[in-house]
Design a protein around this ligand. Sequence first.
Ligand SMILES: NC(=O)c1ccc[n+]([C@@H]2O[C@H](COP(=O)([O-])OP(=O)(O)OC[C@H]3O[C@@H](n4cnc5c(N)ncnc54)[C@H](OP(=O)(O)O)[C@@H]3O)[C@@H](O)[C@H]2O)c1
Length: 239
Amino acid sequence: MKTQKTILITGAARGIGAALCRQLAAQGHHIIAVSRNLDKLKKLQNEILEHDAHHQIDVLPFDLEAPQTIPDFIDRLKTCCSKIDVVIHNAGMLVNKPFTQISSEELQRVYQVNVFGPFALTQALFPYLKQATAAHVIGISSMGGVQGSAKFAGLTAYSSSKAAMAGWCEVLAEEWKAENIKVNCLALGAAQTEMLEDAFPGYKAPLTAEEMANYISWFAVNGHLYFNGKILPVALSTP
Ligand SMILES: NC(=O)c1ccc[n+]([C@@H]2O[C@H](COP(=O)([O-])OP(=O)(O)OC[C@H]3O[C@@H](n4cnc5c(N)ncnc54)[C@H](OP(=O)(O)O)[C@@H]3O)[C@@H](O)[C@H]2O)c1
């Protein structure tokens, strides 16, 4: 029988995150779905449980822009699980604006959601990851954050923050080797979601959110067996 894992997914209410929750719950894993939007999370939870009442999904509201609420979040997490096998840092924020028009507040927000928030959350989750036999932390980055890949005007804040996320994942993998916690980063290419529509209005992506989530779901459960400290492009385009 396959081992059931406890998998925490941020940005779970829509797009790739919601698709990950559906797929990984259907595989029998215990999902902890995290988003700012409790109503949407509850809708997703109901949908998943209506499909199969044996599926396991807990929903926890949390705003990556409110790091002061992390202790409260961890208190609520205690009621759902005693260990976490996989964390998928899927939540992300994008600002699409010319460089000279990005305010410091917007820059701060993008970095809070894409870098500082996941960083602080991972610190707080460390005791839970240590309880797992072979934990796996996954940063969801973007091809835009990969050195040498195609770059797009308007995305300086977003793409540079995704590069920062890839950087801390790579270093943390080294630091947590002794803890047997693997850390990897997936640099996604285009998938059809609300965020993609904001970045490239009218563009038709080669993958749906569900198709992208298919790969991430596999990687979440198996990737730690093959990779550590890697930044892996998941994209049909080259570079
Ligand atoms: N779609 C693509 O083509 C593409 C390409 C490269 C990388 N990515 C990355 O893939 C991930 C998923 O993106 P997506 O395309 O599925 O985007 P999406 O549909 O726009 O979803 C983004 C998610 O991030 C969450 N989020 C935003 N700000 C947050 C905050 N302050 N606190 C907590 N959660 C917050 C949102 O949650 P709420 O429910 O709280 O609003 C939402 O669930 C992102 O990290 C994105 O950068 C996507």
